[in-house]
Design a protein around this ligand. Structure first.
Ligand code: URA
Length: 245
C-alpha cells in the first residue's frame, strides 16, 4: 500500500494531510526518512511518524448534529468550540469536509482518511442535502431555474442541482459539489440571502432524531452504505440499491 494511504488508514491524518507529513520529512520507514508518499509499505515496514511507530487503528465514523456557533475545523484559533469536542471517542477524529460556523446539521467525523477523501472529493459526487431559509422569501421561476441549471460564481459555474421550494422562503437544495459557502453563494447569485442553513443529509445519512449537539457512532452497515455512495452512479446508488436501504 502507498505510504500516504497507510498513514491515512492508521488515522495519522487525512490522505492529503498524510502526503504533507511525508513531504515534511516527518515519516520514517525502517528508520530512514522517506519523502515519497507513493513508497510501498505494509504492517511490517516499521513506519514511524515523528519517531513514534504508526500502528493501524480501529476506524470509526460518527455523525453529529452540529449546532450553530461551533466550528468544523479540528482546532479554532479564536477559541470557539469545535465539532471534535462534541464527539466522544478515544480516537483522533477529524471532520469530513466543512460547514460554516452558523450552518447546523449533519457533519461526519472519522479517523478513516481514505473514506473522508472519497466523501469530500468532487470526483465522487456524494450528494449533500441542505434546507435554506432565504430572504426575500419569494423566489421567481427564473431564479429557481438558474439555481437548478447552474449559477455563475467567482470560482466557476455550479453543476446542476436539485432544488425544491418546500414553502415560501424555504428551499431544499441538493448538490454533489462542496465548494466553500456554496449554498449561500448560489442563493446570493440569484438575489437572496440565506438566513438559516441546515444540512439535512450527507449521502444516505440523515439526522434521524439527533438533537443539536448530539452524535452517535455509525454501524458497520451504515459505513458500508456511505462507501457505496462514493461508487460510480449505477453501482451502489441505483434504484435497487436504494430500495435495500
Ligand atoms: N454551503 C454553504 O453555504 N455553507 C455551508 O456550511 C455548507 C454549504
Amino acid at each position: 500500500m502507498r505510504l500516504g494511504k497507510f498513514l491515512a488508514h492508521a488515522g495519522a491524518a487525512s490522505r492529503r494531510g498524510a502526503e504533507r507529513l511525508v513531504a515534511e520529512g516527518r515519516v520514517t520507514v525502517a528508520g530512514e526518512v522517506v519523502t515519497d508518499p507513493a513508497r510501498d509499505v505494509d504492517e511490517s515496514s516499521e513506519v514511524a511518524l515523528d519517531g513514534r511507530p504508526v500502528e493501524p487503528e480501529a476506524l470509526e465514523v460518527h455523525v453529529l448534529n452540529k449546532p450553530a456557533g461551533v466550528v468544523s475545523t479540528a482546532r479554532d484559533t479564536h477559541g470557539r468550540p469545535t465539532v471534535v469536542q462534541l464527539v466522544r471517542s478515544r480516537r483522533r477524529l477529524y471532520p469530513v469536509g466543512r460547514l460554516d460556523a452558523d450552518t447546523t446539521g449533519v457533519i461526519l467525523l472519522t479517523n478513516d482518511g481514505d473514506l473522508a477523501e472519497r466523501l469530500t472529493h468532487p470526483r465522487y459526487g456524494v450528494r449533500k442535502v441542505y434546507r435554506a431559509r432565504i430572504r426575500p422569501p419569494r423566489l421567481s421561476p427564473r431564479a429557481l431555474r438558474a439555481l437548478r441549471e447552474g449559477v455563475e460564481l467567482e470560482d466557476g459555474t455550479t453543476a446542476p442541482a436539485r432544488v425544491r421550494q418546500l414553502r415560501p422562503g424555504v428551499l431544499e437544495i441538493t448538490i454533489r459539489e462542496g465548494r466553500k459557502r456554496q449554498v449561500r453563494r448560489m442563493c446570493e447569485a440569484v438575489g437572496h440571502r440565506v438566513v438559516e442553513l441546515e444540512r439535512v443529509a450527507f449521502g444516505p445519512l440523515g439526522l434521524r432524531g439527533l438533537a443539536p449537539g448530539e452524535s452517535r457512532r455509525l454501524t458497520k452497515v451504515e459505513i458500508e452504505r456511505l462507501r457505496q455512495a462514493t461508487e460510480p452512479r449505477g453501482r451502489g446508488r441505483g434504484r435497487a440499491a436504494r430500495r435495500k436501504r
